[in-house]
Design a protein around this ligand. Structure first.
Ligand SMILES: Cc1ncc(COP(=O)(O)O)c(C=O)c1O
Length: 461
């Protein structure tokens, strides 16, 4: 369904939901792949996370609240680091970034990919070693490039000819030799939503491989000899479940690496294949483990390098969603329940598109469960909507909830760790929710709740 300016009654009608969504045998059951690993239901049927009940979280921190399972987040970092032990892992900070998360990443041995001066500031404020920071972006300002160089970031991923000129000029002026990569668009469209498939050619990111811009950018940087070119970067999209698309991308990029070797007599020592590993948002999603991904990607690169007579470059990857996405859920309180003339039941929660824009923006699917109690009632098909003045303000398009869901109930939406808080807005002047990290029975605020006073403080009259 496309969001429709004219309102909900113009939307596709139906109470059956999508064909894949089955009436659950037990509406209280938790699908393990959807939830942070420490989540269970206690004897009274309420969810607990990290040993803390959602009732305690709601009464101490209010709702809506993003709840991060710190043990789960760290375990995912660890599994990626271990599975990709012979590669560098740059957590994609755009998925979710705050100082506490940066410290956890640093402790778990990951590096960090930032794509703005703001993300760089958070990384540095939390003490991430600058050499473990990579800077991305298709339109980095001179100020951002200078700050990155002054801080001594480990690498800058170049995205345009203007940027090559800008960085070269800054590097000369500052007498520095920054490590750089060239971002190539490899013409692969990964099987995902159009707006987040970033490797097909008609888009703003990178240098086209097919059109020759990637090769021209490499030649320019090598000829000038001011920037230290480490290799090619390719990010083909997001929410990708198998390695097929990576295989095509790697083959094309390594073909370019071989052509560069033939022309310049030098092999580029590194290769970044980006992020984009998928996670489970609904029962339909079946993500690969980090170990399976690592084995597949390693094999693909090795085979291609052997065929081209290249040494296997040092690989790097940039997973964001796959690390933080499943480690968090959003806890809401239900405000109203409305049965619209047998069409469907609308369950309104106290947040919405301001804390999760992905449903409206990407037509993303989510799941939900009644979090504060179990129910013996039958399951009904519901749509979870927010409190905003917008008919497209949908959080979960279709989900089975118990028929007795009612105002005051707590509702949890899993898989909201990535691109929810980081893309949150103040639409309707709704303050953004806090992020609370829970571990071993202790809950702590890592990003505080925004207040109306915060919003008014920005409004200087
Ligand atoms: C260059 C780059 N690297 C990594 C990522 C992270 O993707 P994901 O969070 O899906 O792993 C993105 C996402 O947009 C990206 O643009």
């Amino acid at each position: 369904m496309r969001a429709h300016e004219a309102g909900a009654l113009h939307a596709e009608v139906g109470h059956r939901g999508p064909a894949w969504l089955r009436t659950p045998e037990n509406v209280n059951a938790l699908l393990p792949q959807l939830w942070p690993r420490t989540v269970t239901r206690d004897d009274a049927g309420a969810l607990t996370i990290g040993g803390v009940s959602v009732h305690d979280l709601a009464s101490e921190f209010g709702t809506p609240v993003y709840v991060l399972d710190e043990a789960d987040f760290r375990a995912r970092c660890h599994e990626f680091a271990e599975s990709f032990a012979d590669a560098d892992l740059y957590y994609a900070g755009k998925a979710f970034l705050c100082k506490a998360v940066v410290r956890m990443l640093a402790e778990e041995g990951l590096s960090l990919d930032v794509c703005s001066g703001g993300e760089l500031a958070v990384a540095l404020a939390a003490g991430m070693p600058p050499e473990r920071i990579g800077l991305h972006g298709n339109n980095k300002s001179v100020d951002e490039l200078e700050r990155a160089l002054d801080a001594g970031v480990g690498r800058i991923v170049l995205d345009s000819f203007q940027e090559i000129d800008r960085l070269t000029e800054i590097a000369k002026r500052k007498n520095k030799t920054p490590k750089v990569m060239i971002r190539a668009t490899v013409g692969v469209e990964a099987h995902t939503h159009e707006y987040i498939a970033t490797a097909h050619e008609d888009q703003k990111f990178g240098f086209s491989l097919a059109g020759g811009a990637a090769r021209a950018a490499v030649d320019l940087v090598m000829r000038q000899g001011i920037l230290d070119l480490r290799g090619i970067h390719s990010h083909i999209g997001s929410q990708i479940f198998d390695t097929d698309a990576f295989e095509v991308a790697a083959r094309r990029v390594l073909g370019l690496q071989a052509a560069i070797r033939d022309a310049h007599g030098k092999e580029l020592p590194e290769l970044d294949l980006g992020g984009g590993f998928g996670i489970a948002y609904t029962s339909q999603d079946d993500p690969r483990s980090p170990a399976e991904l690592a084995d597949g990607l390693r094999r693909i690169v090795k085979e291609d390098c052997d065929a081209l007579g290249l040494a296997v470059p040092r690989l790097s990857f940039e997973p964001g969603r796959a690390i933080v996405g499943p480690a968090m859920f959003t806890l809401y309180r239900v405000g109203t329940v409305k049965d619209v003339d047998g069409i469907r039941t609308y369950v309104s929660v106290d947040g919405g598109m301001s804390d999760n824009i992905r449903t409206a923006l990407y037509d993303a699917s989510y799941s939900a469960t009644l979090a504060g109690r179990a129910s013996a009632e039958k399951a009904i098909l519901a749509r979870v909507v927010g409190k905003h003045c917008e008919a497209g303000d949908v959080v979960v398009k279709d989900e089975f909830l118990p028929a007795d869901v009612q105002p005051g109930d707590l509702l949890a939406v899993p898989g909201t760790g990535a691109y929810c808080r980081s893309m949150a807005s103040n639409y309707n002047h709704v303050p953004r929710p806090p992020v609370v990290a829970v571990r071993d029975g202790v809950a702590r605020v890592i990003v505080r709740r925004e207040t109306e006073a915060d919003l008014l403080a920005l409004d200087v009259g």
